[in-house]
Design a protein around this ligand. Structure first.
Ligand SMILES: Nc1ncnc2c1ncn2[C@@H]1O[C@H](COP(=O)(O)OP(=O)(O)OP(=O)(O)O)[C@@H](O)[C@H]1O
Ligand SMILES: [Mg+2]
Length: 453
């Protein structure tokens, strides 16, 4: 039996929702790419399309925002920079436009239509609602770096196992496990960013089944300060509003992001032992009850995050699919430091000039490295291309050494090191890459010193 074709997922972003609703350019792009391309790379991006294709589909160049190779369904191992052959693969194009729409969720929609039940907090903001895919999260997915393609694996898991890909099969699937996802791990490891990016990517990948998506973003910790002794009622109002949104449109997918969920799902055992206020216990009870109601709907996914797993309520933990987000390994740390340096180079805060003089011309890592001007990717290649530089000295080796010494640091801390280093070069407006790398060494040595307290 012939093995099934590998699917290559392509994201096709147009500038206006009108084209998504009224024009089916996706099929044309699918057949064009299948015929014209020999191979593509993950994250490869185009901002123009060939004139001949545009004429065929009657589309102007300025309709297009970008086309990007978003994913594939083959193995992720060694995928960085690898060419995915197009002949023999199936190209799947998802067409979408980025929205700017953000609303406040304030209304309690009475399920029984009891208009007399006016609540003291009716009108307070319960959550922020984004129409997905949203401009605010446009670059989030590609900026994430995890060991072993963790984010792509999680996305695939959610697409395959949680959101079974047809609404009919979802409806037939009794109590699908994992409609509640909890990311846990140390602070600054990218949990919140990943939740937002997963909702964005899922909204694009699910668009053929659910043409519309919303992200309801709730900061659980602010519930207590905002609603005080009324937080359990606020939880009930929040989830009633979410349920109303789900019921309003069966073709709409609702993502609920509950960040810092420990604020609401605090362990009832320890809370009562520590004599915490009764409303915290009532809020946890209200949340657990609301989750059971939500589980009956196929078109909702709750994404939550915490760095306090030990403080979480057992009944809540029983209901979730747990994902552990760890501190990054050395190759990921190298990529994170490299990405942060790349931003500083792009913004003009760090210069690549004189790098050859500083570090010796022969540290240019690739045989075909252009002499002028020095390109960032040539001087600091991705980790996967580093073996070409094995045994040599130079910026890439210095950065690799820095990455090795940053064991135990989070993505948030790593992202700040090059920036702090560039700021510390106070003698000049713009410091060179060599100077920045040297200052990074000093920063990292400082971070490794045991604290005096
Ligand atoms: N895996 C990662 N890839 C890329 N950037 C990261 C990653 N992890 C952290 N960062 C950087 O750190 C910042 C903070 O990340 P984020 O807020 O998502 O972490 P968190 O795990 O939710 O932290 P906390 O537990 O404190 O809420 C991001 O804006 C990003 O700059
Ligand atoms: Mg967070």
């Amino acid at each position: 039996m012939a093995s099934p074709k590998v699917v290559i997922y392509v994201a096709y972003c147009v500038k206006d929702q009108f084209f998504v609703d009224h024009c089916n350019y996706a099929d044309d792009l699918e057949s064009y790419m299948s015929q014209a391309f020999v191979g593509v790379r993950l994250k490869q991006r185009w901002t123009t399309l060939p004139r001949s294709l545009l004429e065929d589909i009657g589309q102007e160049q300025d309709v297009l925002s970008f086309v990007e190779v978003a994913d594939h369904d083959g193995p992720y191992q060694d995928l960085d920079g690898k060419i995915l052959p197009v002949p023999g693969a199936h190209i799947h194009v998802d067409m979408f436009a980025l929205s700017d729409q953000v609303e406040k969720l304030t209304q309690y929609i009475e399920p029984e239509g009891d208009a007399s039940a006016v609540h003291p907090h009716t009108g307070s903001t319960l959550a922020i609602v984004y129409t997905l895919p949203h401009n605010d999260f446009a670059s989030q997915w590609n900026s994430l770096i995890f060991d072993d393609f963790f984010h792509y694996r999680t996305l695939r898991y959610l697409l395959r196992r949680v959101i079974t890909p047809t609404p009919e099969s979802v409806r037939n699937f009794q109590s699908p496990p994992g409609q509640i996802v909890l990311l846990h791990g140390p602070p600054g490891t990218g949990k919140t960013s990943l939740c937002e990016a997963l909702a964005q990517q899922l909204s694009i990948r699910l668009s053929s089944y659910y043409p519309r998506s919303k992200l309801v973003r709730v900061k659980a910790t602010s519930f207590f300060s905002q609603f005080r002794s009324d937080s359990d009622n606020a939880v009930v109002r929040l989830f009633s509003s979410i349920e109303a949104m789900i019921n309003q449109d069966q073709n709409r997918f609702i993502f609920v992001l509950m960040d810092e969920i420990e604020g609401l799902a605090r362990s009832r055992k320890t809370s009562s032992a520590n004599a915490e206020p009764g409303d915290a216990l009532r809020a946890t009870n209200a949340l657990v009850a609301a989750l059971d109601t939500l589980r009956q709907y196929p078109n909702v996914l709750l994404l939550s995050a915490t760095n306090m797993l030990d403080a979480m309520d057992d009944a809540f933990l029983d209901r979730v699919s747990l994902y552990s987000v760890g501190l990054p390994e050395a190759p990921t740390r190298y990529e994170m430091l490299r990405a942060a340096l790349g931003k500083l180079v792009n913004s003009g805060d760090v210069s690549l000039e004189h790098i050859a003089e500083e570090d010796g011309e022969e540290v240019m890592l690739l045989d075909d490295a252009p002499a002028e001007p020095p390109r960032f990717d040539t001087i600091l290649p991705p980790y996967g291309a580093l073996s070409l530089a094995a045994g040599k000295s130079g910026p890439a080796q210095t950065l690799l050494q820095h990455a090795k010494e940053c064991e135990g640091l989070s993505g948030r801390k790593l992202a700040s090191i090059p920036f702090d280093a560039a700021c510390s070069c106070v003698e000049k407006d713009v410091c060179t890459l060599g100077e920045t790398l040297e200052a990074m060494g000093v920063e990292i040595a400082g971070l490794r010193q045991p604290s005096s307290s």
